[in-house]
Design a protein around this ligand. Structure first.
Ligand code: GDR
Length: 331
């Protein structure tokens, strides 16, 4: 039975990945921070086969202890301060967890190491935010980075550190440069989920409008379940490498609103969307569009959920969950 350790287990990707790995017969360990972390209980209830271990990306000795305890075949580093907007408010914390955290977990993997026949394989969650003010379109593995937020800068550090450990210590270490990926488990602070949840609540009379920031930015949005499959595939190759994971389609926030409101039966979204400067960012990433040719050719990976299907499954899941919350409140 293979053993996997996942940091960021309470986030969208951690939850999807744990579910898929358990389905493949792995013994899966999720790292959680702090005593009585309520989110730890939530993921444990969702996935009873999952085992939780203590550890903190800000604390190297806790990471060494976690890796030593689990003795994993594979480590997936998905833990980070991942909300770009928050990274402008807490740049130092973001640098510490999203950036230096990668170095710490790499150190733990290097020190514990696994066996000669079976060294630990490492996955780093790199991000399309590293491309920032894009140098070319579409973006691929050779496109130069120009991050536009403390989050993006920290991810670039983690990305290069992963390459450096691969080259210096012959570690089987891969980075997946994942473009935006969404779904029913997406946090409510991210724009897609904020919109689908907002529409469901408008539909049920629970709120009047949705306040948003910049509607002009363009994103290459895929389905999170597809993207965690790409992570796993990266760790099953003969040689470690870096891969872009994307759909190859880009849409503005306006287009997302068009599709989502139309699905819910509204002719126009304009009466329901207001602008709030608090959601504008000091520096914006205007356009992301990924070229995942390498992942397709080498990993045999392709996205399976189209843009309209993604919007639909998110909206329907939000509608269902808001309806069931309403029903349980009435009882
Ligand atoms: P992003 O995702 O920053 O691309 O990073 P997010 O959904 O937060 O923003 C996407 C775009 O929407 C614009 N926007 C708003 N965003 C939010 N969150 N809230 C709003 O009200 C709003 N209004 C407009 C943003 O300005 C931006 O242009 C995500 C994260 O998951 C990262 O961790 C990950 O690395 C990248 O995707 C790939």
């Amino acid at each position: 039975m293979k053993r996997a350790l996942i940091t960021g287990i309470t986030g969208q990707d951690g939850r999807h990945l744990a579910e898929q790995l358990v389905g493949k017969g792995y013994q899966v360990f999720g790292m959680v921070r702090g005593q009585n972390n309520p989110k730890g209980q939530m993921v444990q209830d969702e996935n009873p086969a999952l085992e939780l271990v203590d550890g903190d990306l800000q604390d190297l000795s806790s990471l060494i202890a976690a890796v030593e305890q689990v003795q994993p075949d594979e480590v997936y580093n998905l833990g980070a301060i991942s909300f770009v907007q928050l990274s402008f408010k807490q740049p130092e914390l973001t640098g510490d967890i999203t950036g230096l955290g990668v170095l710490r977990i790499l150190e733990a993997v290097r020190i514990v190491g696994g066996t000669v026949d079976n060294p630990i394989r490492f996955y780093q969650a790199s991000s399309s935010e590293m491309f920032g003010k894009v140098r070319e379109t579409p973006q691929n593995e050779r496109t130069a980075f120009h991050p536009r937020s403390p989050y993006g800068v920290a991810k670039v550090f983690g990305h290069y550190m992963t390459m450096n450990y691969r080259e210096s210590y012959d570690l089987y270490a891969c980075s997946g440069i994942l473009f935006n990926h969404e779904g029913e488990k997406r946090g409510l602070e991210f724009v897609t989920r904020k919109i689908t949840n907002g529409i469901a609540r408008i539909k049920l009379g629970l709120q009047d409008s949705i306040s948003l920031g910049n509607l002009e930015s363009q994103r290459d949005w895929g389905y999170a379940g597809d993207y965690v499959d790409a992570m796993w595939r990266m760790l099953q190759q003969d040689e470690p490498d870096d891969y872009v994971v994307a759909t190859g389609e880009t849409h503005t926030i306006r287009e997302f609103l068009d599709v989502a409101f139309a699905l819910a039966g509204y002719e126009s979204w304009e009466p329901y969307v207001t602008h709030d400067v608090r959601f504008d960012r000091p520096a914006e990433v205007d356009l992301l569009l990924g070229d995942a040719t390498k992942a397709k050719e080498k990993l045999g990976w392709t996205p399976t959920v189209s843009f309209p299907e993604l919007v639909e499954r998110m909206y329907l899941a939000d509608l269902k969950s808001e309806q069931s919350t309403m029903r349980s409140r009435r009882r």
